[in-house]
Write a protein that binds this ligand. Structure first.
Ligand code: TXA
Ligand code: MG
Length: 364
């Protein structure tokens, strides 16, 4: 199959330019499209045929359910059984945007979309192309991230092309996604509220609406027997470049010391080493800086002295995270020493992805 790429300006596109994607989705085909978080691989949420194609193209395990994307609250009413009042308020506050909420699914959504669960994960993306696509189709779109299973999520059309070339008919390219990490997935029911996956909407922002919300962790025994969140996605390997990732969590001084000791350890094994850092003024011996087999990779704002703990910089780190992990592979780096950052705001989602990508975590 030939994979066609259509380039669209998110701020200046016409519905005619979306027609090919619309026609394909109406015919139970699948299309990669941009959202504000990452690119999605979408098909009609009402079509078993389309959803089967999505699982196949991604190589996704069939017990990992998909997010259904909608363009308005009327569409939500058509795919869920009930919308509790507190959740409606949450939707009104955070949608369109990077928040995915679990609902009791209606019969209109085939079981294959939710991998047999009786809940469906729904979100209204804020990206103008995603919204226009769903609105014009008048069909909700089931879409996971448009990467091959286990690979970092795609934040540019070329990432999708590298992973899915020849497996899907169309990619809508509208440049890079500005959030850079996937949506926050939450489960609110029986008086509990938990984050199943941290993402583009922060814990801090959610707390202003749901003061008791916390991040779900499988080992947390505080949840009683009547509330067992199902988190099918958690057991799978994720976000992994081919390179081995060693995550260092601690102060700047600790990081600097660890970089030196890890560098000397792995240099002996003749590995191509990457050092992914978010502090501009990191102090590293010139022997390391001048070694052609060691690449310094800076992630964050280029044009200011704002430090790592600052929210603006954290947003920039999130935006570039997955594309940096992919670039590491393109440069054939064997091992990356990665600086951990503060878990404030979007930092929580960044650290969640880095911990999943890491084969080793060193803490101060
Ligand atoms: O930002 C995003 O969320 C992107 C864009 C394309 O919208 N989508 C995305 O989808 O990241 P995906 O499939 O890569 O991740 C969806 C996550 C998975 O961890 C999945 O297990 C979980 O949501 N999920 C989906 N339906 C669920 C359900 N009914 N119960 C619990 N978890 C669910
Ligand atoms: Mg994914």
């Amino acid at each position: 199959m030939l994979t066609k790429i259509i380039r669209l300006d998110p701020l200046n596109f016409s519905l005619e330019q979306l027609q090919e994607a619309i026609n394909l989705i109406r015919k139970d085909e699948i299309v990669a499209f941009p959202t504000e978080t990452v690119y999605g691989l979408g098909g009609s949420a009402f079509s078993e045929t389309a959803v089967r194609k999505i699982y196949k193209a991604k190589g996704r395990p069939s017990d990992n359910p998909m997010i259904v994307h909608i363009s308005d609250l009327e569409m939500l009413s058509s795919i869920v059984n009930i919308i509790p009042e507190n959740i409606r308020k949450l939707c009104e506050r955070f949608w369109p945007g990077p928040l995915t909420i679990l609902f009791e699914k209606s019969e209109k959504i085939p079981d294959i979309v939710t991998a047999g669960l009786n809940t469906v994960a729904v979100r209204m993306p804020s990206h103008p192309i995603a919204l226009a696509l769903i609105k014009t189709l008048r069909i909700p779109i089931a879409a996971p991230s448009a990467n091959l299973s286990t690979r970092p999520s795609p934040t540019e059309a070329k990432h999708v092309f590298n992973d899915l070339q020849g497996k899907i008919p169309l990619i809508i390219d509208s440049g890079s996604c500005n959030v850079g990490v996937e949506s926050t997935v939450i489960d609110v029911h029986k008086g509990y509220s938990v984050i199943l996956r941290p993402g583009g909407v922060s814990l801090e922002d959610l707390k202003s609406f749901l003061p008791m919300i916390e991040v779900f962790n499988n080992k947390n025994k505080e949840f009683s027997n009547d509330f067992k969140p199902l988190t099918p996605g958690l057991k799978y390997r994720h976000y992994s470049p081919k390179a081995e990732i060693i995550l260092v969590e601690g102060s700047k001084k600790f990081l600097e010391e660890k970089i030196v000791s890890l560098y000397f350890k792995y240099r002996l094994q003749k590995k191509l080493i990457g050092i992914l850092h978010t502090h501009k003024n990191i102090q590293i011996p010139s022997e390391i800086l001048n070694d052609p087999k060691c690449k310094m990779i800076y992630l964050g704002l280029m044009d200011s002295d704002i430090d790592t703990n600052n929210l603006i910089n954290a947003n920039k780190i999130a935006e570039g995270l997955f594309s940096t992990l992919r670039a590491v592979d393109n440069q054939k780096i064997d091992l990356v020493i990665v600086e951990g950052i503060s878990e404030k705001e979007i930092g929580l989602a960044i650290m969640n992805r880095l911990r999943k990508a890491a084969s080793k975590i060193i803490k101060e």
